[in-house]
Design a protein around this ligand. Structure first.
Ligand SMILES: Nc1ncnc2c1ncn2[C@@H]1O[C@H](COP(=O)(O)OP(=O)(O)OP(=O)(O)O)[C@@H](O)[C@H]1O
Ligand SMILES: [Mg+2]
Length: 450
């Protein structure tokens, strides 16, 4: 990887209102990239809108508009431009917030020239890959999710098998498609098989194909999914539902690459990369003797664990906006949400995760013609979620510290939801300074920090 190749034409825009910083960084970058400097963030945003910028480097503290707001506005306009944030105070919390609002990377001052060049190249490589293929967009501003996305990007180009774990509807298939889109196999087929949806007696022929006359009803030769995938990606969804007999057959292909069609004697070779997913705890299935340990280890070279939506409610406003745009009715603006309604959405547990949210927004987009969704527009099971539910009636049957923590979680959760995920605004509302607010929210595991 990273042989230092960067297209000579990559254009970097540096935004800061301190002339010295602009002078120093542009001197460092100019031998490697096209460089534009801009001392006004507002003018910078206009330049970006005009197009032709491949990477934005912005600092945090600027009089006209702070760096976080710059990132928010770029992302708010749906622009996926890579952004590097440079913070002046070695402030980890701001860095976390920068990534939450959509920065690709961050650096702290003083910036080492070599480091700056390397990071700029890295950010641009991501962008290159993204341009090459039509990649599914995994939206998130949650630190744990961003780490999963980062791992996904890194392993995509390697031939390693990947096991994707996560509850139903968390986006496992989306990750599988992203792995494929970012791999060297992107132009080869992506074939997905839902192991739970196919009757066990048909699964073998589904995966490996069959010869004519292999069994009653096999009137034609059929090519299986392994063959169909060729040198592409075979996505085995719901792998945890596989019966023991099929597990052995699958193990053989994964060990040797060899398989044969049902009723056939010829050995075929699979070159496909296998990605598997399940919403079960596979290691537990192994312990219980329901899943072969050797198969588990063959599949589980790299694990991606997609967190449930209730553990990253900061993503809810982003996903709501995304789906509101997606399902906007012809001739209508995307739905808006009252703060109260948004608050309820963020406080809800989402057992069906992102898919449940997606379906809800789709339904509301058809039903709510007023433009803004109010609390009363939400289905009945949302009406039951009240802000005070976990604390009132005061849970006197629990230790004080436990009850207090529960209250704090609800309080901060609602606060962040009401601020539509904007942590700085939530901190202001709480009357706390930002770093104090971050520490608190992190200690409650409402967001994770590094
Ligand atoms: N982070 C995300 N950003 C945008 N869309 C998402 C995100 N996560 C999930 N989705 C969307 O939510 C829906 C459900 O995702 P997906 O099918 O990938 O989930 P899954 O984990 O495979 O679910 P299941 O376990 O039920 O098969 C899809 O329409 C997907 O595009
Ligand atoms: Mg799925």
């Amino acid at each position: 990887m990273g042989s230092g190749k960067s297209r000579p034409q990559s254009n970097v825009l540096i935004v800061d209102d301190v002339p010295d910083f602009l002078k120093e960084t542009s001197a460092v970058l100019r031998p490697h990239f096209g460089v534009t400097v801009c001392s006004s963030p507002l003018r910078g945003l206009r330049l970006i809108k005009q197009g032709g910028i491949d990477l934005l480097i912005t600092t945090l503290v600027m009089r006209e508009l702070d760096g976080l707001e710059v990132i928010r506005r770029v992302r708010g306009s749906g622009n996926a431009l890579p952004i590097i944030m440079v913070t002046g105070f070695g402030n980890e919390n701001t860095a976390i917030e920068a990534t939450r609002v959509g920065a690709t990377d961050y650096l702290t001052k003083p910036v080492e020239p070599e480091e700056l060049i390397a990071r700029a190249r890295r950010a641009l490589t991501y962008a290159d890959v993204q341009e090459e293929v039509d990649e599914p967009l995994v939206l998130s501003q949650d630190t744990t999710m961003l780490e999963v996305i980062e791992v996904c990007r890194r392993v995509a180009r390697s031939p390693s098998r990947v096991l994707i774990l996560g509850e139903t509807g968390t986006g496992k298939e989306l990750f599988a498609r992203m792995l494929h889109a970012r791999s060297q196999r992107a132009r080869e087929p992506f074939v997905d098989v839902n192991c739970a949806a196919i009757p066990p007696n048909l699964l073998e022929s589904e995966l490996f194909g069959h010869e004519r006359g292999a069994f009653t009803g096999a009137t034609e030769r059929r090519v299986g999914r392994f063959e169909e995938a060729g040198e592409g990606t075979l996505f085995l969804d719901e792998i945890g539902e596989l019966g023991i007999a099929m597990q052995s057959k699958l193990l053989r292909v994964l060990q040797t690459g060899d398989f044969s069609r049902v009723g056939g004697s010829r050995n075929l070779r699979s070159q496909a990369r296998v990605i598997a997913a399940t919403n079960r705890d596979l290691s537990q299935e192994v312990q219980a003797g329901r899943f072969r340990a050797d198969l588990y280890y063959r599949l589980n070279v790299v694990t991606l664990e997609v967190p449930p939506l209730r553990q990253r409610f900061g993503d809810i406003p982003i996903l709501v906006r995304h789906f509101s745009r997606k399902f906007a009715q012809p001739g209508h603006e995307p739905l808006g949400f009252s703060s109260e309604a948004m608050q309820r959405l963020c406080a809800y547990g989402w057992p069906g995760n992102v898919r449940e949210l997606e379906h809800l927004i789709e339904r509301l987009s058809v039903l709510v013609t007023r433009g803004e969704v109010r609390l009363s527009d939400l289905p009945a099971h949302f009406q039951g979620v009240t802000e005070a539910a976990p604390v009132a009636p005061a849970p006197t049957n629990r230790p004080y510290h436990e009850a207090l923590r529960e209250f704090q979680r609800t309080y901060f959760q609602n606060l962040i939801a009401a601020a539509h995920g904007n942590l700085a605004a939530a901190a202001r509302q709480a009357g706390m300074d930002r770093s104090q607010f971050f520490r608190k929210v992190q200690s409650l595991h409402l967001i994770t920090g590094s």
